[in-house]
Design a protein around this ligand. Structure first.
Ligand code: BDR
Ligand code: CA
Length: 309
């Protein structure tokens, strides 16, 4: 199995990323770090603790990282995820505590203790990963790659041209991209195919364990919110697509291309410029998601949830 650190901002779809990472046999989830994004850092950390414990996941430390973007203000995604970033089900009070280390310390220690390179899967704004890159340039060789849910080869979801994670902290994304770490971007052009349709909800509901029941409540809320906010009655489950790519090569297809992050646009900050036609003649610097085997993706989600509590 591939050892990973999951950096996230739960968030409904981040929850499924945690569950897929914990429940898939080809992933070894070593650590969870949280970032301000969908909600304030206190909320995203609390939510991570709740859903990790609820799913019976043990031995995975959870550490809070940055409470907001490097340069910009935090603008939580309340429209889609609700006021606590995890609207829908009643959240049980977790007894699982956060790890006393900061996210940056936990990433460092996890890399130092690993017997092989570790993959970082990031499903929120890239603030923590940029801070790690700046704090520990000597540790970058311990990172196999960064796989990020963010951006798009097409248009955005928070502004006409920017996707939420990219728009939240474009400077962080640019720092990680410039670090030289192998970088994969899974954007909306792929994740908008992973739709939580009624059939998906029925199949997850039929699993019959407590994680599945909680998951169906999450997806029901997400679908209602996406319908209202984005005109999509079946909401996309963005974040676990990044985990799926690491778990089973081929489930998500990518192309090697040039990726740049817009930092200065008056209307387009956070837009991801993906030079699919090679017009810019710049060296390729990223693998960018282009397609997904949707039925296989949902089979993976179901199978993972089946292994949980
Ligand atoms: C991304 O933004 C967040 O709201 C989701 O959790 C996902 O990471 C999609 O644009
Ligand atoms: Ca997220």
């Amino acid at each position: 199995p591939t050892p990973i650190i999951l950096d996230c901002d739960p968030g409904h779809d981040d929850v499924f990323a945690i569950w897929l990472a914990a429940g898939h046999p080809e992933i070894d989830l070593r650590a969870i770090t949280t970032v301000g994004g969908n909600g304030q850092l206190g909320q995203t950390t609390y939510n991570a603790r709740v859903v990790t414990e609820l799913a019976g996941i043990t031995g995975v430390p959870i550490s809070p990282g940055a409470d907001g973007p490097l340069l910009r203000g935090l603008t939580p995604a309340g429209g889609v995820h609700g006021e606590n970033a995890l609207g829908g089900p009643e959240l049980p009070v977790p007894s699982l505590a956060a790890d006393p280390r900061t996210a940056i310390e936990l990433i460092r220690d996890t890399l130092d203790r690993a017997e092989q390179e570790v993959t970082i899967v990031a499903t929120g704004p890239l603030t923590n990963i940029a801070m790690f890159v700046r704090a520990h340039p000597d540790r970058l060789s311990r990172v196999r790659e960064v796989v990020w849910m963010g951006g798009s080869t097409e248009r955005g979801n928070i502004t006409p041209y920017a996707e939420f994670n990219s728009w939240s902290d474009p400077e962080a994304a640019a720092i990680v991209l410039a670090s030289g770490l192998p970088f994969t971007m899974i954007g909306l052009n792929v994740t908008h195919q992973a739709l939580a349709t009624p059939d998906v909800l029925a199949r997850i509901g039929a699993i019959g364990n407590r994680t599945a029941a909680f998951g169906v409540e999450l997806l029901s809320f997400l679908n209602a919110a996406y319908d209202k906010d984005q005109g999509m009655p079946a909401g996309p489950l963005h974040d676990p697509v990044a985990v799926a790519l690491v778990a089973v090569p081929g489930v998500v297809t990518t192309v090697r291309t040039r990726l740049d992050i817009e930092l200065h646009g008056t209307e387009t900050a956070g837009a991801t410029s993906v030079d699919l036609l090679g017009n810019l003649k710049r060296p390729p610097n990223a693998d960018v998601g282009t397609g997904i085997d949707v039925p296989e993706f949902w089979r993976m989600i179901e199978a993972a949830i089946r292994t949980l509590a």
